[in-house]
Design a protein around this ligand. Sequence first.
Ligand SMILES: Cc1ncc(COP(=O)(O)O)c(C=O)c1O
Length: 340
Amino acid sequence: MRQGAADYPHWMQIERELRRKLQRLVNAASMDDIALVKNTSEGLSLLAYGLNWQSGDNIVSTNHEFPSNRIVWESLKDKGVELHLADLDNDDPEEAILALCDTNTRLLTVSSVQYASGLRLNLDYLGEYCRDNGIIFCVDAIQSLGVLRFDAQTCHADVVVADGHKWMLGPEGLALLYTKPELRSQLKLKQYGWHMVEHPGDFDRHDWQPTKSARRFEPGSPNMLGIHALNASLSLLEDVGMETVEARVLQRTKQLTDAVMHEGLLQLLSRSDPERMSGIVTFRRKDLDNAAHAVLYGYLMRHGVICAHRGNGIRFSPHFYTSQQSIETAVTMAAAFNSG
Ligand SMILES: Cc1ncc(COP(=O)(O)O)c(C=O)c1O
């Protein structure tokens, strides 16, 4: 209130710190690969509308994606681009996905973890296939960044997008967009402004060109409030350590999975094999239809169990700080709920 923007140089340092943290979070080769965008949908749209599509190109994805990772690809239909969706209700989801790839496939786009079921995909396997077959590999990592360790280089991702407001514990309105430099330089730019040029502070300069770094996707003033908040929440995750966060979350999902399987009235909808597990466990009550699950969801929320009604069931998503006691209570309440 008293200082206006006097601390702006310091705010810019926080912005740099945040980029460094995001670089570490996805193990990007350089901080220059990290752009700060509004949300996952915007990041995916920058990719979708930056590529030079040919009629007959196809995109492979899955039938369980959150709409952010479907609608934008469907919107390319009038350019003659087809969207092929693999059925993830399959013992071997990676094979179901790769079976759809052919010589016209330009892009494979998947969520690292499915938002409704919590299914974790083997990104290294998919990425290797894409690299070997000249397919762009795009990962919507919103349901895994901040809970599971991630390595953009090992999984050969060309693009990684994730909003900060889920497992990264940040506010809405600020997302990470990671791009590999080779792909980045091929993407046509759709937004322009003072901030995305090579010398952004030099307002008198009239010759300009877009910077080579991922800042080229950031046309104007940054979301400084969001940057401070996300920087703070990622500091928390770094203080705890991603290895510890991941281990604790997986221990909680295992506890939750076991508790759900133990309750006769509950049916686990998520997979229970360790390599498929994430932070999400979804289950249903065997005696209730989908409409009654909406009532169960309302009941749980009113009684302090923060959850979601997804994938025809109830989705629990404990973070590393969720107590074991809360997990036990939540499962007991879901099992004891009387729809009458
Ligand atoms: C897999 C997935 N992608 C994207 C989003 C959100 O997209 P956006 O960041 O564009 O709001 C969600 C939100 O639930 C999600 O689960």
